[in-house]
Ligand binder design. Structure first.
Ligand code: PAF
Length: 303
């Protein structure tokens, strides 16, 4: 494994690797973009990339562009040594660790904005966040030029935004969505979990605990707004829970079921139940995807 800090060096290394097959006969470049402080969720993305690609590239860059002025950019957890150890264990070939100066050598005047998918959920609570994500992901995809890039579904909105962007801009990278990994108690793995006190973490378990029941509740009563109310009630049973949003939207278009019915989007065959909740100063997101039959549910939505 090699740690690389400049775009020029990474491009040079990859130029030579791109056409080469690995020992197990695999070809192609697999890429896992991260902000570091790696956990088992990141490891699962890296292992999948390792299984499917000849060369695996991991990037670690805490992207200032996607943090709002009052967010946690400065205190975002960082541990390069530990990250490099985990990357090595996962069989990564190249770790790209650019500085902010390397990624943004002068004030940026070109940004990527994906409309429609970014106005709701985290886009509403974190204005500008997805412009920052889309811009840095475009830059990283341009630098690495991977065949496949792996993203975790805990950030389901991010996956929808990146898929829309690569499709709209004819970027040749295939975006591979990967399942959310959870601790044994059910909490979705996130670098930000480290901020939680013991009591906050205990109470935060109401989030995955409530989401686990969503499928049963939807089967009992197919009305998505009733489902949303039940999810809110479930989460609010923990006194520390301060709900930012609970939304039930079609996936990947992120429309309300009513809007989706009007537009008859054939690809939207799932419902995303997505939540953002603060426990103390820590904002956690989590979601569950449920099957959604547009035609059948239509009558129920309008009933
Ligand atoms: O999901 C993340 O860690 C970040 O949003 C990403 C994709 C690495 C872009 O900075």
């Amino acid at each position: 494994m090699k740690a690389v800090r400049t775009i020029q060096e990474l491009r040079h290394e990859l130029a030579e690797r791109r056409t080469r097959r690995s020992e197990n006969g695999l070809a192609g470049v697999g890429f896992v973009p991260t902000m570091g402080y790696l956990h088992a969720g990141h490891a699962s993305l890296l292992k999948k990339a390792r299984e499917e690609c000849g060369t695996v590239v991991l990037s670690i860059f805490v992207n200032p562009l996607q943090f709002g002025p009052n967010e946690d950019f400065d205190r975002y957890p960082r541990d390069e040594e530990k990250d490099l150890r985990l990357a090595e264990e996962c069989g990564v070939d190249f770790v790209f660790l650019p500085s902010a100066q390397e990624m943004y050598p002068r004030p940026i005047r070109t940004t990527v904005a994906v409309s429609g998918l970014t106005e709701r959920l985290c886009g509403a609570s974190r204005p500008g966040h997805f412009d920052g994500v889309a811009t840095v992901v475009s830059k990283l995809l341009n630098v690495v030029q991977p065949d496949r890039a792996y993203f975790g579904m805990k950030d389901a909105q991010q996956v929808a935004v990146v898929q829309q962007m690569t499709s709209d801009l004819n970027m040749p990278t295939e975006i591979v969505p990967c399942p959310t990994l959870r601790d044994a108690d059910g909490l979705a793995l996130s670098s930000r979990n480290v901020y939680l006190s013991d009591e906050e973490r205990r109470q935060a378990l109401s989030l995955p605990g409530t989401l686990r029941q969503a499928e049963t509740w939807l089967a009992e009563n197919a009305d998505p707004s009733a489902l949303r109310d039940r999810i809110m009630e479930g989460i609010q049973r923990s006194p520390l829970a301060d709900i930012d949003y609970v939304e039930v939207l079609t996936y990947p278009s992120l429309l309300t079921p009513e809007e989706a019915m009007r537009q008859e989007l054939p690809g939207d065959d799932r419902l995303l139940v997505a939540c953002a909740v603060r426990y103390g100063k820590t904002r956690l997101i989590d979601n569950v995807l449920l099957p959604w039959n547009n035609e059948k549910k239509g009558a129920e939505v309008h009933a």
